[in-house]
Design a protein around this ligand. Sequence first.
Ligand SMILES: C[S@@+](CC[C@H](N)C(=O)[O-])C[C@H]1O[C@@H](n2cnc3c(N)ncnc32)[C@H](O)[C@@H]1O
Length: 207
Amino acid sequence: MGRRRQDHWARQAKRDDFPARSVYKLEEIDRRARLVRPGLRVLDLGAAPGSWTLYLARGVGPGGFVLAVDLQPLRIALPANARFLRGSCFDLGAEIAAAGPFDLVVSDMAPSTTGDRGTDQHRSFELFVAALDLALAHARPGSDFAGKIFQGPSFEEARARLRGAYAEARVIRPRATRAESYEVFLVGLGLRLPHLVPCLGRTAGVA
Ligand SMILES: C[S@@+](CC[C@H](N)C(=O)[O-])C[C@H]1O[C@@H](n2cnc3c(N)ncnc32)[C@H](O)[C@@H]1O
C-alpha cells in the first residue's frame, strides 16, 4: 500500500512536468500554512533538481523572486524570476545576503545518507540550523520559514530554536513523504523582530 502511494506521487510529478515528487510536499505545506503569495522574495535552500523552485516561481509570479541554492545543478529551465547559486549553504552567506531580504525561506536540504541514523540525523539538524540562521540573518520581520529535519535526539532543540524565533511554530509531515522516512518539516510563521529573538547559536556561512 505504502509503495503504491509513493508510485502515485512519482507518476503525478511526471504528468505535471516536475523533476521530483518532493513538489507535493511543498504543495501540502503551502496549502496548510499558506506560505507562497504573489510578489514574495523567496530563498529556496536545497533546490536541486528544481521542483520546489518551479512551484515557488509560479506562486510568487513575475513580481516576485526565487533564489535557489544547491550543491548540485538544477535540472529545470530556470524561470525568468529565479536565480541559481551553486554551492553549499555554509559558504554562500555573502551572495545570499546580497539577494535579500527575503519574505520566505524554505529548506528541503538533506545530507547524503550514511546508513547510520544518528549521523544522518545530526547532519540534517546542522542543515536545518544553517537554514534557520540564514533566515534570521536575511529575512524580514514577519516572514515565514519551512525547513526539513530528520527526527531524532536533536529534534526538540530544533523545534525550540524555531519557537524562539517565530510567533507560531508547526510540525508538518506531508502525505507525499515516503513511509519509511523519518523526515518532517518545521514551519515558522511570523519572524519576530530581531531584538526579540534570543541568541540562537552560530550563524553558518554568514559573514
Ligand atoms: C531532497 S533534495 C531537494 C529536492 C528539491 N527541493 C526539489 O524539489 O527538486 C535535497 C537537496 O539538498 C541539497 N543539499 C545538501 N546539503 C546541502 C548544502 N550544504 N548546501 C546546499 N544544498 C545542500 C542536496 O544537494 C540535494 O539536492
